[in-house]
Write a protein that binds this ligand. Structure first.
Ligand SMILES: Cc1cc2nc3c(=O)[nH]c(=O)nc-3n(C[C@H](O)[C@H](O)[C@H](O)COP(=O)(O)O)c2cc1C
Length: 394
């Protein structure tokens, strides 16, 4: 602050204290010197330091914004929200969501600490991008019909893509089944303008023509990779006009692979046979996923089907897995079962609502830290080589 033009903030505080002491109020304001008046206008009142965001605060705000769509339960296991689709739950009985949680929760880890490994290598490379962790955001859409509409679409996507970027990983943009192509384009504009395309995109299994239209927009945005959540085809029989989704044949998958240079990911794979078809189609990645238990009731948990899938396609294609990944430990378990990286859904929706971009980065970093600690305590030096033998009974 230039001393000769105005008074300092301290002087102003002293002045105001003095004024209060003398009972000066609005009536005497015209008597203030020109210098003091200028200072009053130019100097903002002292601002208290912004309190440091904590996870407890993020979850408190998330509950305030998301209730009753999400109750922010201490354990996000699909029990309280069973059947709530749209919303946060699993479909029908909620059993597929619960199976994701239970299949991971059942797994126990051997603790091994007689070694000299202190700092495991946490980085991974996915589609040419070096990431600080094998943890990415899942695609989650429907800020109004699923999440209750307390966050604007653009704020949500910025929180997810920005928070993931701050944590040095990748976020994923979703595609609402009822979204016209213009809405999708706006999302791609954000991906390009604010993140230089550093994100992945998951679109609905629309007609080939509609998908390819969106592929051109993703290319224009410079997206890292794209995929279709083929398991959304369950709505094929009841799709509204203009919202056609469909299962895809092998030839149709090949057409999608060949229509672009972007790596193609098939999301919603739950059997080894279909993972092999994805490889045959030329896909670069699969997501072993039952859509968070939201599309077909009574599927097994992801951790239960992953080993058979990895046995067939590990090394031929990037294996992502999602479903009830809540902590770094869950990531370690899925990596030991054959995944290359994990996606996180519901926890990041909560983080975005409770703490925006900062909340998402905080949650990602917390999971990374847990993953790192659990690697030290199981004697795993590198994410490229997570041995099955860390799992009890494997
Ligand atoms: C509210 C909500 C919306 C979702 N929207 C989409 C979507 O638009 N596209 C998609 O591929 N998956 C979607 N998913 C599924 C996630 O991508 C992911 O498979 C699942 O959430 C992982 O399970 P988790 O939430 O238990 O981590 C959604 C999940 C939730 C909970």
């Amino acid at each position: 602050m230039e001393k000769d033009k105005t008074i300092t903030a301290q002087e102003r505080r002293d002045f105001l204290k003095g004024a209060a002491a003398f009972g000066m109020g609005v009536a005497v304001a015209p008597l203030l010197t020109a210098q003091a008046q200028a200072a009053t206008a130019a100097t903002p009142p002292p601002v208290a330091d912004k309190p440091k965001l904590t996870m407890a605060e993020v979850l408190r705000v998330a509950r305030e914004k998301l209730y009753p769509r999400c109750r922010v339960c201490p354990e996000c296991n699909g029990v309280a929200c069973a059947g709530e689709v749209p919303g946060f739950g699993g479909i029908g009985s909620g059993q597929s969501f619960k199976n994701n949680y239970d299949s991971l929760n059942r797994i126990q880890l051997h603790m091994r600490t007689v070694h000299d490994m202190k700092k495991p290598d946490m980085s991974v490379e996915i589609f040419g991008e070096t990431l600080a962790m094998p943890i990415l955001s899942a695609a989650t859409g429907g800020v109004t019909y699923n999440m209750g509409g307390k966050m604007a679409e653009e704020d949500f996507i910025n929180a997810i893509l920005g928070g993931c970027r701050d944590a040095k990983t990748l976020g994923m943009a979703a595609d609402g089944i009822g979204d016209p192509v213009e809405t999708f384009k706006r999302r791609m504009d954000v991906l390009k303008a604010s993140y230089g395309g550093k994100g992945m995109v998951m679109i609905k299994p629309r007609t080939q023509e509609e998908i390819i239209k969106r592929v051109r927009l993703m290319e224009e945005a410079g997206a890292v990779a794209f995929g279709i959540d083929i398991d959304s085809a369950g709505r094929a029989a009841r799709a509204l006009p203009g919202q056609t989704v469909e299962p895809k044949t092998l030839d149709q998958l090949k057409e999608l692979v060949n229509c672009t240079k972007m790596p193609f990911i098939l999301k919603g794979i739950m059997t080894a046979e279909e993972a092999e078809l994805a490889v045959q189609a030329g896909a670069k990645g699969v997501v072993v996923s039952n859509h968070g238990g939201r599309v077909l009731d009574y599927t097994p948990g992801v951790a239960d089907v992953l080993p058979a899938i990895a046995a067939k396609v590990k090394g031929k294609i990037v294996i992502f897995a999602d479903g009830a990944v809540r902590r770094g430990y869950d990531v370690l378990k899925l990596l030991a079962l054959g995944a290359d990286a994990c996606l996180v859904g519901r926890p990041l929706i909560r983080a975005a609502h409770g703490g925006g971009r900062e909340g998402v980065a905080m949650m990602m970093n917390a999971m990374r830290q847990e993953l790192m600690d659990s690697m030290v305590l199981t004697g795993v030096a590198s994410l490229r080589q997570v041995p099955r033998s860390i799992i009890v009974g494997a």
